[in-house]
Design a protein around this ligand. Structure first.
Ligand code: SHN
Ligand code: NAI
Length: 221
């Protein structure tokens, strides 16, 4: 049975990482990048030195470290300890991920590719995490920076029209027309005049990139 993929809002929520080896530190960084409050526990203080934004506890794990946790990562190299951490976490109602037990965990993380607000996530059902990274890099190489700008334009147009009664079909229709006229290619080429003309033609009114608050500089190669 496949997992249920979602994009979790962890901003301001407490997430605890037990074990700050390569794996635990990678998870802690990702959580900090997403604005979570992060607590990291590891008896080897040197492992915590580059995680200043986190609340670091340089000592062995204790069950009370998980108090109020939303997510818990059991990332030590001690299998039994990871299982104990997971059991403690579930008692407190947290979702838990054990670095060495995908099947026993509540969730797993994908390899990520980001272009501003655009995120592409690659999962392999735990079959080969290294393949997830490889495929992410392949997609990265083929996916120009202009898709982030395309999303900015699409999101700005959508915000402006969402109050209309049949807004969903309107939004879909506008997007289809912009894509068919190769808006992505025009952004990649940095052709501002052609983009403004295309927007006016499709929207039947004069819409400028400035009005939409979109800068082209990020999208051209
Ligand atoms: C289930 C899951 C749980 C989770 O951790 O979320 C999990 C579990 C395990 N990973 C293992 C190994 C490796 N993991 C990586 C790397 C990544 N692992 C990630 C995700 C996941 N790893 C989840 C499944 C995702 C899916 O498949 O859908 C990535 C994508 C995301 C991230 O961690 O943020 C991140 C790339 C980040 C990036 O590139 O951006 C590398 C490569 C490297 O380190 O360079 C290796 C070594 C090569 C190899 O084995 O493939 C082992 C065996 C450990 C051992 O042998 O002891 C287990 C445990 C097991 O399989 O039993
Ligand atoms: N999910 C994933 O992406 C991957 C998972 N793994 C698995 O993840 C586990 C960790 O891998 P690494 O980070 O490479 O190992 P590591 O050995 O570098 O780090 C483990 C950390 O756990 C700490 N630790 C040990 N006892 C502790 C305790 N009582 N309380 C708190 N911390 C404690 C250690 O001090 C160490 O810093 C391994 O079991 C490995 O099989 C490995 C690679 C990728």
């Amino acid at each position: 049975m496949p997992d249920y993929p979602l994009s979790l809002r962890v901003r301001g929520r407490l997430c605890v990482v037990v074990g700050a080896g390569d794996v635990g530190r990678r998870k802690a960084r990702g959580l900090l990048d997403a604005g979570a409050r992060v607590r990291v526990v590891d008896p080897v203080a040197a492992r915590l030195h580059d995680l200043e934004e986190a609340h670091c506890l340089p000592r062995p794990y204790r069950p009370e470290d998980l108090a109020d946790a939303f997510l818990v990562f059991a990332a030590t190299s001690d299998h039994d300890l990871n299982r104990r951490v997971a059991a403690d976490a579930r008692k407190g109602g947290a979702l838990v991920q054990m670095a060495d037990d995908p099947a026993g965990s509540d969730f797993s993380l994908p390899a990520l590719l980001r272009r501003d607000d655009l995120t592409i996530a690659v999962f392999s059902g735990g079959g080969s995490p290294a393949l997830c990274s490889l495929l992410r890099d392949e997609i990265d190489a083929g996916l120009g920076p202009h898709w982030g700008v395309f999303l900015e334009i699409a999101a700005a147009l959508r915000r402006k029209r969402l109050t209309g009664s049949d807004s969903s079909s309107y939004n879909r229709n506008v997007l289809d027309q912009l894509a068919a006229a190769d808006l992505a290619g025009l952004i990649a080429a940095g052709d501002r005049d052609a983009i403004e003309r295309l927007l006016s033609r499709v929207l039947g009114t004069s819409v400028s990139l400035d009005q939409l608050g979109v800068s082209l500089s990020k999208g051209s190669k």
